[in-house]
Ligand binder design. Sequence first.
Ligand code: DGL
Length: 261
Amino acid sequence: MDSRPVGVFDSGVGGLSVLRHFQRLAPNERVIYFADTAYFPYGPRPPAEVRKRAFAIVDRLIRSDVKMVIVACNTASASAIADLRQVFPVPFVGMVPGVKPAVQSSASGCVAILATSGTLDGDLYQRVVDEFGRSTRVISCHGDGLADLVEHGKAGTPEARAAVRASLTSAIEAGADTVVLGCTHYPFLEADILGEFPGVRLVDTSEAVARRAVQVLAESDLAAPPDQAGQLGLIVSGDREQFRAAMAALGFEPRSEEVPA
Ligand code: DGL
């Protein structure tokens, strides 16, 4: 057993879609959440720049003595997770676009993968499409701009509905019956997507990733003692108050402690 915290990071609020499941599944873990809002959004940035941020963040989390890191960001997982694993001596759990479950659940034989450019242009995405998407038509849908709406508290607005429509209409018209939420910000747009495209199946891998993290902790003998009280510490590279307000808008209690950056 290990009472040290787990590090979780994303460019902003997106990783909270993973964190909410992790906290439910492992309520006695201490977590330090790093929101890299000074560099938000990651999606349009060159992979080398995202990788540099990922290394700086993990370095900072390691200084807070984290025992594991959840890369709760598809874009950062695509550009950095393999290299992070080579360099840092802690286990990493990251995001992989849910092409496999989408292919399994599609009845039409056509699926849409909604993600940032950074994710869709990366090798990891190409690899999962090559491995699991052969029997199915896989349509890549660029969602750049969608994460900004979530980050700025605009999920559930007409603006979000219009943006979702613009990103997905051509794939749905081409026959996609399943949409992969390939960015951790997008689960917060679920109601907008279903409102715009009723009946479409959504693939959200955030809960599976949280489960995997719990499993890795158990297998590595790193799980928190059962009597430990869970805690949430926050490191925000940009404006802290703005980030707390964005958290609150998504239903997260902003009662977490601040960890000095
Ligand atoms: N939440 C991030 C992801 O999963 C990226 C959003 C962004 O910063 O562009 O890809």
